[in-house]
Every structure is written in structure tokens, then in C-alpha cells.
Design a protein around this ligand. Structure first.
Ligand code: NAD
Ligand code: WQD
Length: 347
């Protein structure tokens, strides 16, 4: 499917947050497709070692700027120097729990950061942008699977910031009719590059299920707390749509090609369409790693939904993209990463 997306046109792509989990995997695929990239990252949630690993995997050392996207002067300078044809905007804060404790930081980085980025793009006439949004923007499901027409009513601060950033981007697009905005609503990104050289490396105890499971398997943490086993789901535990980070990365190549083809704002769900429970993920990971995953059932986590998953048919129809990797590959690649790097990028 990849050859359909890459139309032989090499682009100059500025990648904000390119040293982060999803950004780094996307940079690998961009470089593999022959694009030229420039990473802008503050490294507030990334290790500089990521850049070495990118070079190891792709044999290309990308241009990197340690810049905060909110820094207008520096963003203008990077844009003026690099002159990208397109931007992929990953930079942002993403912890749902933290977002209610420090909401102003979340609005500042996720919303104001997007405003400054657009100003800098506008200054150099860059008109194509792909944005990392989230299924969180939908809020409580009125029906499942969520399609892109499902109403948006986020129920946490992080979700509000993502929804507002979507609005900023689509308003900017309307005011600049030649421009193209692609909003990608990711479901639950998991997994790692097949080499095991890059992966998810959260600071402190992971908030998300799969990095926690992986750290239990490798012996970094004693046991997982399963947040609730009394949901109205087949086994009582929460059900999510887990999307392999390489499939997610490839969706960005499709989105870039789509953005280059025309103008307007387009929104796509990026998920598999299938839901798996917490217990199913634990068992799959246990099988992949050959390790027992110790867990105890704990109370429900506040704000968690019982179940949600994507209708990804629009991405298939319009972008020619569909997830190719299932939970076995998700667990194998996560284990390759975690077992080779038990403490992540830290020595
Ligand atoms: P991540 O934290 O690994 O990556 C974000 C990157 O942005 C990091 O490298 C960080 O250093 C950088 N960054 C943060 N604030 C910055 C700033 N002010 N200026 C410049 N760089 C900054 O997170 P990720 O999981 O790779 O997520 C990437 C994007 O996808 C985020 O916008 C996130 O909200 C969105 N998203 C993530 C998930 C998920 O579960 N991982 C799901 C849906 C959407
Ligand atoms: C998955 C399932 C938990 C941890 C979050 C954000 C969402 C998006 C993706 C950014 C749930 C259960 C988890 C643990 C558990 N991020 N769980 N024990 O909550 O679906 O989505 O990440 O946009 O916005 O909300 O992902 O991985 O935290 O949880 O039992 O220690 O695992 O209850 O059912 P979630 P998750």
C-alpha cells in the first residue's frame, strides 16, 4: 500500500515533536520514503538519544532544532531557514490526568503552540499541515464505532485542548483557501519499530496500559493494576482500539500526500476498527514475551470509558490507508523494544 501514497514527490517536511514516541516512528517512515525532514522539538518529553537511533535505522541524520513551538522568534527563524512544504505537528502535552492539574500549560502548549506554528508557517507561505488529534475529542460515545461525524464533546482538559487546536487549524484553513489541513484522530497508539531500537519511553510510572505491561514483563515494575473488571464488556475490563505505531506513522504519509493534492480541512480516524480488552492485551503480551504479567484488579480509573473503537473506513477510502499490524505484532515489537532497552533511552 505504501507505494500508492508516495507519488515520487519528495517533500521538505518540518516535524514538530519529531523526537517523541509517534514523531520518531513517523520520521523513520518519512526518511524511508525519501522525504527531507527537519525536527523541531523542545525535548521536554524526549531523549536526544532518539536522534542517534533514527540515524542508526535510516542511515540519515536529520536536521534537529531544540526549540519550543511557542517561541515565535525561533519558530520564525527555523521556518525561514528550512522553508518546509509541509508540517506534521506532533509537539504537545498528552497526559489526561496531568491536564486537569496544570490546565494552563496544556492550553498554552497545545493551543497557543499551534497558533504560533501557523503564524510561522504563514510567514513563509507553507500551506500544508497534518495534525495529531485524538479520539478523546469525541467524549462519551453516542454510538460505536465512532465515525468522524460523531459529535465532539471532550470530557477532560487534554481533550478540550485537542478539540480547540482542531478548530484553530480549520479556521486558519478557511481564511487561507489554498491551504490544506489534515486532522488525524488517533485511537490508542502502541508498539514499537520492528528493530526494537525506538519505542515508547515514558518518564516515571506509565499512565498508559501497554508501557506499564511491558515494564512489568521486564521486571521494572512489580504488578499492573487493572482499572476495573465490572464494565459492561465481554470480560468486564476496558476495551480499546490499539493501533501499531508503524501503521500510525504510515497514515501520516497518506495524509501528507492527501494534503498536497488539494485544499480544505479533512478529518480521519486512525484506528483498526477492532477493540481488545485489558485482559486480552495482558494475555497477548504474556505470550509474546514468554513472561507472566502479574496484575491485580483495582477500582475503575476516574474518567475512563468502558469501550471505544474506530470506524476507520474513511481513511481507507480517501487515503488508501488501513492498519496492517495486529496485536501479535504490537506485542512482539513492544517486547523487542522493552527487552533490549529495559530502562528506555536511559543508560
Ligand atoms: P510524546 O510526548 O512522546 O511526543 C511529543 C513530543 O513533543 C516530545 O518529543 C516532546 O519533547 C515534544 N514537545 C512537547 N511540548 C513541546 C513544545 N512546547 N515545543 C516543542 N516540542 C514539544 O507524545 P506522543 O505519544 O508521541 O504524541 C504525539 C502527539 O500525538 C501529541 O500531540 C499527542 O497529544 C498526540 N496523541 C498521542 C496519543 C498517544 O496515546 N500517544 C494519542 C492521540 C494523540
Ligand atoms: C487503556 C485501557 C484503562 C493503565 C489514553 C488517553 C487518550 C489517548 C490514548 C492521547 C483502559 C486500562 C490502563 C493501567 C489499566 N491519548 N488501564 N491499567 O485511557 O484509553 O487513552 O491514551 O490522546 O486520550 O485517554 O489509554 O492506555 O491509559 O488505557 O487497566 O495501568 O487500559 O482503564 O481501559 P486510554 P490507556
Amino acid at each position: 500500500m505504501r507505494s500508492i501514497w508516495y507519488m515520487g514527490e519528495k517533500m521538505r517536511v518540518l516535524v514538530t515533536g519529531g523526537a517523541g514516541y509517534i514523531g520518531s516512528h513517523t520520521c523513520v517512515e518519512l526518511l524511508a520514503e525519501g522525504h527531507d525532514i527537519c525536527i523541531v522539538d523542545s525535548f521536554c518529553n524526549a531523549s536526544p538519544e532518539v536522534i542517534n537511533r533514527l540515524e542508526e535505522i535510516t542511515a540519515v541524520r536529520p536536521e534537529v532544532h531544540r526549540v519550543d513551538v511557542r517561541d515565535r522568534a525561533k519558530m520564525m527563524a527555523v521556518m525561514a531557514r528550512y522553508k518546509p512544504e509541509a508540517v506534521i505537528h506532533f509537539a504537545g502535552l498528552k497526559a489526561v490526568g496531568e491536564s486537569s492539574q496544570i490546565p494552563l500549560n496544556y492550553y498554552d502548549v497545545n493551543v497557543q503552540g499551534t497558533v504560533v506554528l501557523l503564524e510561522a508557517m504563514q510567514a513563509v507561505g507553507c500551506q500544508h499541515i497534518v495534525f495529531s488529534s485524538s479520539a478523546t475529542v469525541y467524549g462519551t460515545p453516542h454510538y460505536l464505532p465512532y465515525d468522524e461525524a460523531h459529535p465532539c464533546a471532550p470530557s477532560n482538559v487534554y481533550g478540550h485542548t485537542k478539540h480547540m487546536a482542531e478548530q484553530v487549524l480549520s479556521d486558519w484553513q478557511r481564511a487561507n483557501p489554498e491551504s490544506a489541513v489534515v486532522l488525524l484522530r488517533y485511537f490508542n497508539p502502541v508498539g514499537a519499530h520492528s528493530s526494537g531500537r525506538i519505542g515508547e519511553d515514558p518518564e516515571g510510572p506509565p499512565n498508559n496500559l501497554m508501557p506499564f505491561v511491558a515494564q512489568v514483563a521486564v521486571g521494572q515494575r512489580e504488578r499492573l493494576a487493572v482499572f476495573g473488571d465490572d464494565y459492561d464488556t465481554p470480560d468486564g475490563t476496558g476495551v480499546r482500539d490499539y493501533i501499531h505505531v508503524t501503521d500510525l506513522a504510515l497514515a501520516h504519509l497518506g495524509a501528507l500526500a492527501h494534503a498536497k493534492k488539494g485544499s480544505g480541512t479533512d478529518t480521519f480516524n486512525i484506528g483498526t476498527g477492532a477493540g481488545y480488552s485489558v485482559l486480552e492485551m495482558i494475555h497477548a503480551f504474556s505470550k509474546a514475551s514468554g513472561r507472566e504479567i502479574a496484575y491485580t484488579v483495582a477500582p475503575r480509573r476516574e474518567g475512563d470509558l468502558p469501550s471505544y473503537y474506530a470506524d476507520p473506513s474513511k481513511a481507507r477510502a480517501v487515503l488508501g490507508w488501513a492498519a496492517q499490524r495486529g496485536i501479535a505484532e504490537i506485542c512482539d515489537s513492544t517486547w523487542a523494544w522493552q527487552s533490549q532497552n529495559p530502562t528506555g533511552y536511559k543508560p
